[in-house]
Design a protein around this ligand. Sequence first.
Ligand code: AMP
Ligand code: MG
Length: 313
Amino acid sequence: MKRILCGVLVCLLLCGCKGQTSVQETIFAMDTVMDLQIWAGDETTAREAAEGVHALIDALAQTWSATDETSKLGIFNAGGDPGFTAGEKALLARVDSLSARTGGCFDPRLHSLIAAWGFYDRDYRIPDDAKIADALEDSGMDLGAAIKGYAGQQAALLLQDMGVDRALLNLGGNIQTFGKKPDGNPWIIGIQSPSGGGSVGTVSVTGTASVVTSGSYQRYFEHDGVRYHHILDPETGRPADSGLASVTVICRDGLTADVLSTALFVMGLDRGAALWQQSDDFEAVFILESGAVYATENAALTGCEYEVIRREK
Ligand code: AMP
Ligand code: MG
């Protein structure tokens, strides 16, 4: 993966609370723009924490990029032995078990299929049935649907170790909160309208949490008036056609949030709601292509009209 540091913007802001300094840094990593906002008791701690998070994200990208031939995942995909550490093997095992939880709708082995559609080199093309079948046979890995969420949760652990008070990280649309606001109010996170023009509504989370959105508007190409987006259904090998425009997942665990947002998008509203009903570790907001909004009962969605998805009694 290309890791371009595009103009690191560091600005120091004195926030309203006594003895607290906020550092804001914008970086380009994992092929996307990320914003890090970190509050600490002093400027040095806040600045070092921002640098630490930046380094952590770069290191994860270096290990898990599916497109960089020199990354460990790149070496693995080329048939070599990347020498995964015990921790890296444990992450891969967690990814596999989460994939099983989604009935394979999140599939970490779509590397060849993603390449066949041109989503890596942006030389977009529509593969024929034979190419799709071949690509689905291949077991090369891509963790693009999971690694930003994992990066968020790892960053939260680092911030805790570094004595940071609180942080709001926007890792290319994956939001990671850390710590409590001093006034005790929750973090308010906007959910982007899939059709553009600001947010549909907001969800609120307290303390450390991940709010991750997968949407067909995030990456796509058009051919003959048809939109082909980047979230692929492992059953068909084609862009998921589930009637959804986006899914947002709210979860304490960043990896789980990221995996589930992608999987629920593939599953669609009914299967996604059924998975939520069997679970107790996440909430979700579904936006249909029609614009209708559905939210699970504890998603704390406000600012729009929506149907509540409840647990079956
Ligand atoms: P996300 O934005 O987290 O939903 O991740 C989407 C990215 O994950 C895509 O750009 C692909 O690289 C990859 N991907 C697409 N479809 C799937 C899928 N069904 N399971 C796992 N990864 C996928
Ligand atoms: Mg995801």
